[in-house]
Design a protein around this ligand. Structure first.
Ligand SMILES: [Zn+2]
Length: 306
């Protein structure tokens, strides 16, 4: 019987962001505990991730940026930006987090649906700077590496985290074989994502929506813009930057989605391309986060009849 792959390591708990930081180890601890007690627990195959080689990061980040993170961590930790504290082990753990996404890619390519439960998240990390709780750009790296696979000629990323994934966009905008699409609260952190910032490759679809947006309006944007664009692009792989801070109960943002709305989006994306990799970004209400991750996995289990 085939199972649903979950990439996770206890190592991710060692990335210490300090007292009361919203992006803390409790997020993953809650999700893992919830899944292990869930009725779907017998369908899950837990996989320990590999670390990526630093050289692989040079595909998406500058050596100065990588060196900066490494030296701050080697010196005992500090701040990469005002919101992004790191401890002495964070550099190493960020290499495992990026590695987890690449291992997830491997699972999906081999026909195993997969969710990557890793931290630190990545979608705010730009080519030359870490920011917004993110150290390295996991989704962008995965998209670029996927294109090295013979059967993968086009990759679509859909970023349903409530924040615009400025980092992913910043890195993939130069690559016409990657489509980056995002629905996000605007105006809001990080300040980007108002429009399709560059028409150079016509590969960015930003859908900014106002604070207070409910599913009723969100779903119009999702179906009419995101689903249409991704279908037309006809990708060989979809990567979902799955943050859950667009949830009604999230403390950091002001969209009003429910957990089941993430489930509906999951099924629609799988219908376009069953090779779809889900990877964790934000999401800071533990109940909303855990329920939403479970629903995304449940919808995969239903879709693939696992
Ligand atoms: Zn977010």
């Amino acid at each position: 019987m085939s199972l649903f792959s979950v990439i996770y390591s206890k190592k991710f708990l060692k990335h210490d962001t300090g007292f009361k930081h919203p992006e803390n180890p409790g997020r993953l601890l809650s999700i893992v505990k919830y899944l292990k007690n869930s009725q779907i627990s017998s369908k899950l195959n837990w996989i320990e991730p590999n670390k990526i080689d630093i050289n692989q990061l040079l595909i998406i980040h500058t050596s100065e940026m990588i060196d900066n993170v490494q030296s701050i961590c080697l010196n005992g930790g500090g701040l990469l930006d005002a919101d992004t504290p790191v401890c002495s082990e964070s550099f190493e753990i960020a290499l495992y987090s990026a590695g987890a996404w690449l291992d997830g890619l491997n699972e999906v390519i081999n026909g195993n649906p997969c969710f990557v439960l890793s931290r630190p998240p990545g979608h705010h990390a730009e080519k030359n700077k870490s920011m917004g709780f993110c150290i390295f750009s996991n989704a962008a790296l995965t998209a670029v590496k996927a294109l090295e696979i013979e059967s993968i000629n086009k990759v679509a990323i859909f970023d349903w985290d409530v924040h615009h994934g400025n980092g992913t966009e910043n890195i993939v905008i130069v690559n016409p074989n990657i489509l980056y699409s995002s629905i996000h609260q605007y105006p809001f952190y990080p300040g980007t994502g108002f429009s399709n910032e560059s028409k150079i490759n016509n590969n960015i679809l930003n859908v900014p929506l106002a604070s207070g947006t409910k599913w009723e309006n969100y779903k119009v944007a999702f179906y009419e813009k995101i689903i249409t664009e991704i279908s037309n692009f006809s990708p060989d792989l979809i990567i979902i930057s799955a943050g859950f801070d667009a949830h009604l109960n999230d403390p950091l943002a002001s969209f009003e989605l429910s957990s089941k709305n993430f489930g509906e989006m999951t099924t629609e994306l799988l219908k376009i391309q069953p090779k779809a990799l889900f990877g964790l970004e934000g999401g800071y209400n533990l109940k909303a986060l855990t329920e939403s991750v479970e629903i995304v996995i449940k919808k995969n289990i239903e879709f693939f009849k696992l």
